[in-house]
Design a protein around this ligand. Sequence first.
Ligand code: BES
Ligand code: ZN
Length: 626
Amino acid sequence: MSMRSFLPGILALAIVSCTNNPSKEKQTMSPTEEAMKTGQDPHSYAKADAKVSHLNWIADVDFDNKKIKAVANWTIETQSGATDIYFDIYDLQIDSVLVDGANTNYALSPFDEHLGQGLRIPISESAKQVSIYYSTGDDARALQWLDPGQTADKSHPFLFTQSQAILARSWVPTQDSPGIRFTYDAKVNVPKDMMALMSASNPMELSDDGSYKFEMPQAIPSYLLAMAVGNVRFEAISDRTGVYAEPSLLDTSAYEFADLEKMVQAAEALYGPYAWGRYDLIVLPPSFPFGGMENPRLTFATPTILAGDRSLVSLVAHELAHSWSGNLVTNATWDDFWLNEGFTVYFEQRIMEAVYGREYSEMLASLTRAGLLEAAAEMLEEMPNDTKLKLDLEGRNPDDGVTSIPYDKGYFFLRLMEETVGRERFDDFLKNYFQGHKFQVMTTEEFLAYLKENLLSEEEYAQIRVDEWIYETGIPDNLPVVESDRFKKVDAALASFMETGKLPASEQTEAWTTHEWLHFINSLPETINLEQLTALDEAYGLSQSGNSEISAAWFQPTIAAGYEAVYPKVESFLTSVGRRKFLTPTYKALLGAKQDQLARDIYAKARPNYHAVSRETMDDLLGWEG
Ligand code: BES
Ligand code: ZN
């Protein structure tokens, strides 16, 4: 690495200050930048010869200025010959850098729209500690600072982080690659009447002075660094599980997640002991851009799963499953993302089956299968290469890889293996896989080698068509079939309604779960007309559903058919919920129905409340500029 590619400390500061509002224009990456990156992970500047092993983080959370001011004291491990250590940062203001207590020069690479900047710090081979004093910028994409009005109780502000995939670097200078793990401890100061929580050991009560200490003795990659600060309280569910939520949502949340302990037990019975101590959950404000995030010890969850009837708790099973698939055995790069998510959907299904029975879990699998086929058909037109399990995200935002493919194609690939070799052999294999690779990373190629060695005969490998599943586009035609008797009854009721106009009887629909409703709504034919939609809405109050999944599903056929009665509900939904999984299809439906103006009007109101992650996707979708 030539010195010319980096600017010395003093100049670097100047560059940092002009990247506070980094331009969103696409910049091509210079060859030097390419070379700076590891061969392994195209989304990090970190190099193999100098890696972090522990973080001591001391931070002040300043709600007035919407900034975190902190020092990251990193313990490092170097290989002989190491001359520099590289960190990833995004819109951080670096104040000073110390190596083993001595002030040091440092250098920054040019700003890249996805990667941010590489921070290069010269070290000697024997260096042990690097301290980085910094504060976060206005464009800290991991952070969402909420005003009281954006929370359930409207009384206190709220802050939460979302580090996956490569956003941790916007609130901590870190080696932001899933292949680099570290333990951490932290001391965080927040306003006196608020609680701070992290992906670590957590308080159960408010502290007197707003100061909180955290320990994370198990090593994690930086995408699992997380923090939430708000007016939240804790309620225990069992000795080792519980829920944090704003006071007005605490009881509702504890009711919704009452089966948490059962789920942990079911998971442990399948694939071995839970490795992280406690398993708690925090219910975040509705702008949280995901359904859930598997932050170790403390899953972050959207309030849109508080359905009142526990019908959406498969999301909790999913995040819990990540405690093995993802958090214990971690995808080496974001190209291997299916190793995290496909395994997790498979494991989620198994937990749901263990706790609620096969008939129930097969309804979920059936919905997943239909969703996968629809998504894959659309993607084959627009971005066929992203329908491969093994992705190629170099030079792109890893967020582009977050589609149904790693999740649901991944799931059905694993299910096909289970069906081919039998459950007993497959479970044995998975248990050994998790135990044998815990706290390690996995590439797709290593997994395939392990699979050949430990599970599949050559014949089985060929019969499953493993390489086609992993490396080719589309969905192979040996996709497992899902049979659900309960859904067959729904199909019959729908067919009769479409043929004769006879509404499904209330004795029948009263026994329908959320999943039967979803299947019913998703199966409505494109030819359904306004009169039929009106009849269904009048009979079952679908536009008034308090269940977020049912609402989002119902928006599809109604928006497509121009059923205007649903528009106010669409608007209130889109302006109160920031979960991307719901936003994308709903805005798409509006565009598809030539309601571009309505979509843009709603978006103009809603956008300030969305998290950067959702905003980025919706800006693209709606061609939004400033
Ligand atoms: N780890 C993901 C969320 C994620 C993925 C965030 C990639 C950023 C980048 C989480 O476990 C997840 O999959 N959430 C889903 C839950 C669903 C599949 C049950 C979600 O948010 O919808
Ligand atoms: Zn997941």
